[in-house]
Ligand binder design. Structure first.
Ligand code: HEC
Ligand code: HEC
Length: 330
């Protein structure tokens, strides 16, 4: 056994050496997500790709309920992201354009109407002070990813390091005035389509199926529209059978396992003072946050208040609770 282990580690060392040599030749090799995470589905991470050549295809793309036609280049411009629907007040510069070359527009990832996506976060309707405190937490290293090589929190952390307080205050004021709209359908199921990660998103593979297990598989209803950054194209969150009821019991009944959410997050989990609302928000995002808080890497702002809430929760509990919170009307 020992000998086999020895061979294995020698093999790994050789592999690493080979990879390093290849990297020298071809730029960074794709880094596979850390397999150790109990829930890779909550940390969708794309392998880093070399910068793509600009797509100058003049074809105009369109989405429903918009009169605009935009080229591929226009739909992927981080400093001038597509604004298909004009369903929001005028965006301040930092939200609509960012600050080249360091900061891509907040609206590029969080969308101009602040609805966000599973791999980032909805910002619409969050308290301005809360938004500012969170960016500070990323900046000061008090909000990180429990899974070191895994995307979402790391992406926002990098961005926070180059942002300044004045521009974050402007962005926070903008997003806090928006109203978050329900757009995630929660569906209990035994099986889900197999998925792969593309630009931080779980994408279903046609005509495939696998058991859901203790997971939430949150996918765009129309991958192409979401990829075009259509801020009105909804999502479906597949959750295990019975998850919503079990989550409701954990979230609303007194127990030794956790603390009733409404005490701090308000009635219907619609938020209370500076405590963020949870109702109707992306369940994979919610699980990611509970896991990061439980792991101690998200510890900024008022998150110490959450410690006792998540301490005893298993992955299954978190899945059930998030299925419940996502099923509530925001
Ligand atoms: C490149 C994409 C990207 C851009 C641009 C971006 N963000 Fe984020 N943001 C993310 C990701 C990814 C997360 C989720 C991180 C996590 O899971 O902790 C996030 C999370 C957040 C959160 C936490 C929300 C919560 O409920 O706690 C805030 C606040 C935030 N971003 C503010 C901003 C502001 C303000 C800007 C513009 C100055 C901005 N972001 C620009 C990717 C981005
Ligand atoms: C004792 C008060 C308290 C209770 C009880 C509580 N929370 Fe929280 N929760 C907070 C505070 C305060 C924050 C904001 C943390 C920060 O500033 O980073 C928060 C943040 C969160 C976040 C992160 C939201 C975001 O936008 O990133 C999630 C998810 C969450 N709570 C889930 C829950 C759930 C689920 C329950 C019930 C099982 C619950 N909380 C019970 C106080 C509480």
């Amino acid at each position: 056994m020992k000998l086999r282990l020895l061979f294995l580690s020698a093999g790994l060392a050789a592999c690493t050496a080979w990879l390093t040599a290849q990297q020298g030749k071809q730029g960074p090799a794709p880094v596979a997500p850390t397999p150790a995470t109990p829930m890779p589905w909550a940390y969708p991470t794309s392998a880093p790709a070399p910068p793509a050549a600009p797509n100058n295809d003049p074809t105009l793309h369109r989405v429903p309920n918009s009169t605009k036609g935009l080229t591929a280049k226009q739909t992927t411009d981080g400093f001038n992201p597509p604004d298909w629907h004009d369903d929001h007040p005028p965006m301040p510069d930092i939200v609509g354009h960012g600050r080249a070359p360091d900061i891509r527009a907040c609206g590029f990832c969080h969308l101009p109407n602040g609805q966000g996506k599973p791999e980032n976060s909805s910002l619409a309707g969050l308290p301005a002070e809360y938004i500012e405190a969170q960016v500070t937490a990323y900046r000061t290293g008090n909000r990180k990813s429990a899974e070191p090589n895994m995307g979402p929190p790391e992406n926002m952390r990098k961005l926070s390091l180059v942002s300044n307080e004045a521009e974050v205050r402007i962005a926070a004021a903008y997003f806090s005035k928006l109203t978050y709209k329900p757009w995630i359908k929660v569906v209990e199921t035994k099986t889900v389509p197999k998925t792969y990660v593309f630009t931080g998103m779980l994408v279903p593979i046609k005509d495939t199926s696998e058991p859901i297990g203790q997971r939430i598989i949150e996918v765009p209803d129309d991958f192409e529209r979401t990829e075009l950054r259509d801020s009105q194209s909804p999502f479906t969150a597949y959750v295990p059978i019975g998850a919503v009821k079990k989550g409701e019991a954990l979230a609303t009944k007194a127990s030794a396992k956790t603390i009733q959410c409404a005490i701090c997050h308000g009635e219907g989990l619609k938020g209370l003072g500076n405590v963020p609302f949870l109702a109707g928000r992306s369940p994979s995002y919610i699980v990611r946050q509970m896991h990061d808080i439980k792991s101690g890497v998200r510890r900024g702002g008022y998150s110490p208040l959450m410690k006792a809430v998540v301490e005893k929760l298993t992955v299954e509990d978190m899945v059930n609770i998030a299925a419940y919170t996502a099923s509530l009307k925001p």
